[in-house]
Design a protein around this ligand. Structure first.
Ligand code: 5GP
Ligand code: ZN
Length: 111
């Protein structure tokens, strides 16, 4: 399968890896939207996070747990986790990922 993030997991495309286990890989986003912008992905290919949760709830939990661990390791007491599902919501890479953003303030609701 021609999937960018599968290639990052396989080491075929370089990435700035933050954490890697037998289940997940976390790496810095190439176009950061905040001082900290890390993507946490399952090593196994799923099209989006909903498919991860449907197929393997524990793996979905592992991804959120990793976000909390990395935030704590980086000393972030406030951070945003974001999931885009579908092109209409801004998903551009169709391998499931969780965005972990921190280091600046985030206004909510947006706009
Ligand atoms: P999405 O828009 O699908 O929610 O998020 C995809 C993210 O992947 C974007 O924030 C984009 O900057 C990031 N991205 C796209 N290509 C690469 C790449 O080759 N390397 C890394 N590290 N991030 C990438
Ligand atoms: Zn993939």
């Amino acid at each position: 399968m021609d999937c960018l993030f599968c290639k990052i997991v396989a080491g075929q495309i370089p990435a700035s890896i933050v954490k890697s286990t037998n289940l997940i890989t976390a790496f810095n986003d190439i176009t950061p939207q905040a001082p900290t912008h890390i993507l946490i992905i399952p090593n196994q290919h799923f099209a989006n996070m909903a498919e991860v949760a449907q197929s393997n709830l524990e793996l979905a939990g592992e991804i959120f747990k990793t976000a909390g661990e990395i935030a704590s390791e980086l000393g972030l007491d406030s951070y945003r986790t974001n999931v885009n599902t579908g092109a209409g919501a801004g998903q551009s890479v169709f391998h499931a990922h969780l965005h972990l953003l921190g280091g600046r303030s985030f206004a909510w609701p947006p706009g």
